[in-house]
Ligand binder design. Sequence first.
Ligand code: ADP
Length: 195
Amino acid sequence: MAHPKEERTYVMIKPDGVRKGLTGEVIRRFEQRDLKIVALEMFQPTRQQISDHYPKDEAWIRRLGQKSITTYQTYHVDPKEKLGTDDELEIGKMVREWLVDYMISAPLVRMIVQGIHAVDVVRKIAGPTLPYKAEVGTIRGDFSIDSPLLANTEKRAVANILHASETPEEAAHEIEHWFGKSAQIHSYKRYGVDE
Ligand code: ADP
């Protein structure tokens, strides 16, 4: 790639994003920021594919559980009463299952986005993980108000419209996972950006 910070990142529009009709809006916001879509497809994932997409190590699962416990503590709700346990690993496993259920509940849109600092810029455009905390102007802040308290009360994962890789290493791994080793990545020059 021409520029040292020209990167590729992996983005997936989640079931709520597809079902809210936000596919075009998400792509528009990336393109508006001079990022390029270089691969794009709608598909129905399998449970196994989604399970393999999210980390399986205990530390990640504990982190997921801990985040839910912190939310419950903030709102003075007893996790034991709501979920039957206050063990972070047990809760983490539960949330991971909800996450898989959510991610296979409708087709997804997968894409590779390329551009300067693409990994960070895409995360910025998406906004932080929890929609109720996301700033207005971000995708999550403009189109969702979901929160872990609401989601976990309904025994489901937080619906936050899209997934975007967090680091260039994660992006490379996810591009390979979702598009295969010989991904068909397209090359073209954007008017006013590449020339
Ligand atoms: P991100 O997707 O922003 O990288 P994480 O990797 O922390 O965020 O979490 C993965 C996904 O799990 C989130 O996008 C969200 O859908 C869901 N999630 C995160 N935290 C919680 C939670 N406390 N309760 C339910 N679902 C959650």
